[in-house]
Design a protein around this ligand. Structure first.
Ligand code: SAM
Ligand code: SF4
Length: 365
């Protein structure tokens, strides 16, 4: 079936999605146009900021794709102080960012849990409850997720990385710490606690094809996710997956495929929040803005204190490492206008999908 016909359908199946992800030339433009229309109709042209604080690259896990994995002895490890995290939160609040994302390597310990809990309370206090907080701190127990929710976090991002358990095994050590079912279980736990729940995948991984990506999109739909952050996989020389670099799609094709994933997801899940991942900007300086044009509505400007940013090296050529937060903000203002967007300063910009699905639950008892 041609792309025009697929775009008229109410329900998209795996084959339709593969066709959309394969669209080239005029068909690709049709896909992008449709995604833009759906976004403007369903959620409008507002783009919301989440100030991103990558506060530590110390990680207990060993994912085969990630530059800050435990076994990478070349990584220079850092841990931003509490005071610096609070300064970054103050910056986000004073500049009307609306929300903050706290992201780091994965640690499971009572000291770490307590630290985050205290920071959440402090951030809520300094912003008079106004700064929305998203966490991205990996797999934790229900009790830990509950404590952080009680302390003020209301969104959580946990990428499933790939929804295919067999592929998952190729990207992770085969042990209890890197268990697909456990990660999936965490997503269900987060949702049941009441978090706006976000997931996502990497696009252009070795061994992955368009069929897998179509299944990833269907996974997001079936899980009924509230937010998605997904971006291109970018190889890092000090990781095991680097050996497969010759099998990867050329970097520009990975970028293009990521844009098609965003556009297709917007058509599939009309009212969710979709983030324009930083990895897009690592490939194309206007990458995030291009993603906004074809369906994304969230940007995460990096507000990690400058001297640490080079060390949160998940992949090579990470952008914006030399810029100060203020410069990031000014250039983003202009860039978003270029793609007909408008920044929703001082607003949380919560997922409309979340509001609808929770209202529905209340309505139905
Ligand atoms: N440690 C937490 C976790 O894994 O959920 C949060 C931080 S982790 C660095 C955030 C995301 O970075 C991962 O979910 C993964 O998708 C992405 N990432 C890691 N290595 C990457 C790479 N080489 N290219 C693109 N994205 C990568
Ligand atoms: Fe650690 Fe997250 Fe990187 Fe995996 S992706 S090694 S959990 S920081």
């Amino acid at each position: 079936m041609g792309v025009i016909k697929i775009l008229e359908k109410e329900i998209l199946d795996r084959e339709d999605l593969v066709n959309l992800l394969s669209a080239e030339a005029a068909d690709r433009q049709l896909l992008f146009k449709k995604a833009e229309e759906v976004k403007l109709r369903e959620i409008g042209n507002k783009v919301h900021f989440r100030g991103l604080v990558e506060f530590s690259n110390i990680c207990g896990k060993d994912c085969y794709y990630c530059g800050i994995r435990r076994s990478n002895r070349e990584a220079h490890r850092y841990n931003v102080t509490d005071e610096q995290i609070l300064d970054a939160a103050r910056f986000a609040h004073e500049n009307d960012y609306g929300s903050l994302v706290m992201q780091a390597g994965e640690l499971e310990s009572s000291a770490f849990t307590n630290r985050i809990e205290n920071l959440l309370r402090e951030i809520k206090k300094l912003s008079d409850g106004k700064l929305g907080i998203t966490l991205s701190l990996g797999e934790q127990s229900r009790e830990v997720y509950e404590r952080w929710y009680e302390a003020g976090a209301h969104r959580y991002l946990l990428r499933i990385e790939t929804s295919n358990p067999e592929l998952y095994k190729k990207y992770h050590p085969n042990d209890a710490l890197h268990d697909f079912e456990k990660r999936l279980g965490c997503l269900y736990t987060l949702k049941s606690i009441g978090y706006q729940t976000g997931t996502g995948v990497m696009i252009g991984l070795p061994f992955q094809d368009r069929g897998h990506l179509a299944e990833d999109l269907l996974f997001m739909k079936d899980f009924d996710v509230d937010m998605v952050g997904m971006g291109p996989f970018i190889e890092h020389q000090h990781t095991p997956l680097f050996q497969y670099r010759h099998q990867l799609l050329p970097i520009q094709e990975r970028f293009d495929l990521a844009l098609k994933m965003i556009a297709t997801l917007r058509i599939l899940m009309k009212d969710i929040n979709i983030a324009a991942a930083t990895a897009l900007q690592a490939i194309d300086p206007m990458g995030r803005e291009k993603a906004i044009k074809v369906g994304a509505n969230i940007i995460m400007p990096n507000i990690t204190p400058g001297k640490y940013r080079n060390d949160y090296a998940l992949y090579e050529n990470k952008p914006c490492v030399d810029e100060e937060p203020e410069e990031c903000k000014n250039c983003l203002d202009v860039r978003i206008q270029l793609v007909d967007g408008k920044i929703g300063y001082g607003e949380w910009g919560d997922s409309k999908h979340f509001a609808r699905r929770t209202e529905q639950r209340i309505d139905h008892g």
